[in-house]
Each structure stands twice: as structure tokens, then as C-alpha cells.
Design a protein around this ligand. Structure first.
Ligand SMILES: Nc1ncnc2c1ncn2[C@@H]1O[C@H](COP(=O)(O)OP(=O)(O)OP(=O)(O)O)[C@@H](O)[C@H]1O
Length: 271
């Protein structure tokens, strides 16, 4: 299988601050990759590099066999905040990218029924078919995030970038959404890169988990999780190998974290 994304010895600095350095990573077409690491290690910077929103300071970012030098068109993005437009229904929110992005915006009137069918099909997979006419305020946080996932896939991107998409949800809803995302991915088989702080989420969803070092970030270890059969579910959490992997990742990240310096307490009575 060919790589859809490849980062080759990439560095990115913000002024004098190096965010990532010596970053190498490969993501096979059709696979699901996750990126974990200590806070501030450069996970969001990696997202900006792969989508072409930020150019690499040195090194090369290759997407679909081409070294990129600007925003990438084959990508869809989903973030922690679903950012739905409150005056639009679920269906209208999902359709929004097709109304504003080329080439679909020029075909929107002519192909509207086809686009609506496409949106309804996505809403069916995430279990929201009967909420197509509801407004965001009539939906729970988890339902809004499902809509956001459908919106990020409506233009049929080959690459889906997910930046902490479930970070704001409660633990139960989050786990529910893991299965929703897994279901869409199993049906559509796009390539996915998920940035997350949640190690169980990374291991549950991905085929490979890339662990980043402290800033400036680089990949220090890649864990192959393809041994856990799909679809994953309750049985995966009960697998001792899964939990051993969680513990290993936890110790990887702990060893990367900056030590927190705690000033010694001043003796009582002294200013
Ligand atoms: N616009 C900027 N200007 C200066 N420094 C920046 C800028 N954006 C990020 N940084 C620094 O670069 C480093 C990497 O930031 P980035 O947001 O990529 O990390 P992250 O791993 O996504 O962080 P977190 O886990 O806290 O969300 C951080 O130390 C941050 O302080």
C-alpha cells in the first residue's frame, strides 16, 4: 500500500521557537493513524503542516506523492468544537462545504439532490437520519459532533484530519463517538490522522499510534495496533494486550514530559 502522507525530516519554528524538529512519519493510504504526545509537543503544528496551512521550515511534507507548498485540497478537518451554524438545520450544516468550496459550489444547484442524498447517507451512518431538520440547539454535544464529522466528509476527502474531536465530550459520549467514527471509517475507508490526548482513544481507533517527544516534537515510537481485530468494541477494552499498550504509551509520555519544578516551601514566619 502506498503512503498518502509522508513527513521527511521536517522542522517548523514560530519565530525563534522550534515547535517540531527532525519529524519523520508515514501514513499509508486507507489507514488510520493517531498522534499522541505531551502537551505542547507540536501535535497541532503537525496538523497544520500536513494540511499545508503552515509551510515546513526545513524538510518535506509529501501528500499524495507531491511535496506540498500550500493548502491541500484532498483533506477534511474536524475539531474539538463542532462550530455548527445555529441558523442552519443539521442537513444544511452538512451541505455547507459544498456551497462554498470549488468545484462543488458551481454545481450546487444542478446537483443538489445528489448532494442531499450524499449528506443523508452520512447522517444514516452516524445515526442522525431523523434529525436532519433539527437545529444545533436541539442536539446534544455528541450529536453536534456527529454532524461535524459528516460535514468534514461531505466533499469525500481522501484524508481526514481530526484534532481532538471528542476532547470536550463526557466519557460515555466520547466512547460512543469512537464507534461512530470507526463505523464511518470502516464503510468509507479514507485515510485518517487523529491527534488526541486520550491514549485509549488512540489505540482503539488507529492502526498505528505515533508517540511524539517533548518540544521540539518528533516521533519517538510508533505502535502497530493492527493486531486488534475490527470492528473493535467492548472485547477490545478487555484484551490484556490492549491495556498493556495503554500502560506502555502512558510511560512513554510520562518520560517525555518536562519535570515540573516546585519551589521549596518557605519556612513559616519568613517573608
Ligand atoms: N503561533 C505561535 N507562536 C509561537 N509559538 C507557538 C505558536 N504556536 C505554537 N507555538 C509553540 O509551539 C509548540 C507546539 O505547539 P502546538 O500547538 O503544535 O502543540 P500541541 O502539542 O498541539 O499542544 P497541546 O497538546 O497543548 O494542544 C508549543 O510549545 C507552543 O508554545
Amino acid at each position: 500500500m502506498k503512503n498518502l502522507v509522508e513527513l521527511i525530516d521536517v522542522s517548523l519554528s514560530y519565530g525563534k521557537t522550534p515547535a517540531v524538529s527532525g519529524l519523520n512519519m508515514k501514513v499509508e493510504e486507507g489507514s488510520f493513524a493517531a498522534v499522541v504526545g505531551p502537551s505542547g509537543c507540536g501535535k497541532s503544528s503537525l496538523m497544520k503542516l500536513v494540511t499545508g496551512l503552515m509551510p515546513a521550515t526545513t524538510g518535506a511534507v509529501v501528500v499524495d506523492q507531491h511535496e506540498i507548498s500550500g493548502p491541500v485540497s484532498i483533506v477534511g478537518m474536524a475539531f474539538q468544537n463542532p462550530n455548527l451554524l445555529p441558523w442552519r438545520t443539521t442537513l444544511e450544516n452538512v451541505l455547507l462545504p459544498l456551497e462554498v468550496v470549488r468545484p462543488e459550489r458551481h454545481q450546487f444547484r444542478a446537483k443538489k439532490q445528489e448532494f442531499v442524498d450524499r449528506a443523508m447517507d452520512l447522517l444514516r451512518i452516524v445515526g442522525l437520519e431523523s434529525f436532519a431538520s433539527h437545529y444545533p440547539w436541539q442536539l446534544s454535544g455528541g450529536m453536534q459532533q456527529r454532524v461535524s464529522l459528516c460535514r468534514s466528509l461531505i466533499h469525500q476527502p481522501r484524508l481526514l484530519m481530526l484534532d481532538e474531536p471528542f476532547g470536550a465530550l463526557d466519557a460515555f459520549t466520547r466512547e460512543e463517538l469512537w464507534d461512530v467514527l470507526q463505523a464511518i471509517w470502516l464503510e468509507r475507508h479514507f485515510t485518517a490522522i487523529l491527534v488526541t490526548h486520550d491514549l485509549r482513544e488512540a489505540l482503539y481507533l488507529a492502526d498505528s499510534v505515533h508517540v511524539m517527544s517533548n518540544r521540539p516534537g518528533r516521533v519517538v515510537r510508533t505502535v502497530d495496533t493492527s493486531a486488534f481485530s475490527r470492528p473493535r468494541g467492548e472485547q477490545t477494552f478487555l484484551d490484556p494486550a490492549f491495556n498493556a499498550n495503554v500502560m506502555d504509551l502512558r510511560s512513554d509520555i510520562r518520560s517525555q514530559r518536562m519535570p515540573i519544578e516546585i519551589a521549596p516551601a518557605k519556612p513559616a514566619g519568613k517573608a
